[in-house]
Design a protein around this ligand. Sequence first.
Ligand code: SF4
Length: 453
Amino acid sequence: MIFRHLFSYNRQMVEVRQVTDERVTNKIAQAFLRQRFPLSKQGEVLRAYLDEVTHRGDPAALLALRPQLPTVEAPQLHLFAKLRSNRIFESPDDIKNIQVTKGCSHGCDFCAIDAFSRVEAMPYVSVLKIAQSLREAERPRQKAYQEWQARLTLHTGVTLAQFREASVTWANAPLREGTEHFFDKFAELSEVLWEYLQQDPPTFLPVRPAVMGKSGLREDDLLTPHKRSITNYYDSDPFDYRDTTILHQDGTPADYGDVFTALASPFSPIHITTAGWRQNNAVAKRAAQKIAQATQADPALRRQFRLSVNMGELTAKQSLDLYLDSITSAARELFSAGVPHDLNQILLFADQETPNGLEFEKKCLAVLSQEITKNHLPAGIYQCRISRYSGRNREWNGSADHDVMACMPGYHIWPNGSVMYQDSFRDTDGKIKVRRGTRPQPTGDELYRLPRI
Ligand code: SF4
């Protein structure tokens, strides 16, 4: 009797699994049929056959095709066309922004770029193709960096990973004790570095010589081999990202965590600014968790992470309690990696000239400070003012303000594949600056062309 029950239970389980497999396979197939990134010849053939199978309603044939269908875990890049142009990858240092979304869900009152509310996302396949070209361009540096690390370990007996760990420990004051001996090692590291910098020109800049030494050490300088970083936003928030034209094996869409892990490398660490996400946004939460895991495993993949908190954001205007829940959970999910405090920033804006603003600021400061202390989050809160130079809050008397959108000099790749260029100049101190009022301009280059939707 018991065996008969078990047998029927097992049969039910198998049936449930079959139905689930069919449902998920169907979702993955439909996603491929909606794919906007241009296909290769092989991709076209597969899509035509898939189209026929789905029209015929043949679940067995569809299941048999499943291993060939692209997913985030197995993107099958041979099914997709090559990038139309690789010109910008000849100077990878000039690539500043791989903008994976355009438009923004936060609708902030003061948005300096007046972002559209409709969000357009870069196909995840484009992200992977761009990442491939970036890695190719970084290869000589990667080789030089590996050789340098081997020489460093031979000379000092300490690996770069141990140096990094010591510099992070030093940054967290309570844990400093016992790491002082590392400064002798840093001096040795300086010697190896100096020897390396005699090459003309150095292939990569592992750490800035000016920061070496007990007094001048900036803890984040050892985290990345190169000072350049890339961003994934401009008139947008990267955590709005999702691509429903390529799915995970479980049928969920590609998220910003997938984008981050594909694009980031020690030579292209990523800088993030986000206005957070709602508690019920499972896709954004999962993205933040993937980013935290990836950067814990390799801190060199990241630069600064910033969470923007402001009273003009949509949720903040609807319900302060809901907003506080959202930003505290975003802070927990984003800032969990063990990094120096100044690499994780909460930028807090409130209009202090209004009672509402004062109340908002007081509550946010209290709740966020408590969250930081309770969860030992490595993050600092910075109160800031906003610019009224441009965008929704533009004012005549704001024309003297700093132009926050005059930033990110270099190439910007838009979700639709267009390449823009933000011009810049060197100021009297030799620093690269963007002229006020200027914005990225089209170069005429296109990495790929997407059909209109
Ligand atoms: S999060 Fe940034 S881009 Fe989005 S609406 Fe707010 S200010 Fe604009």
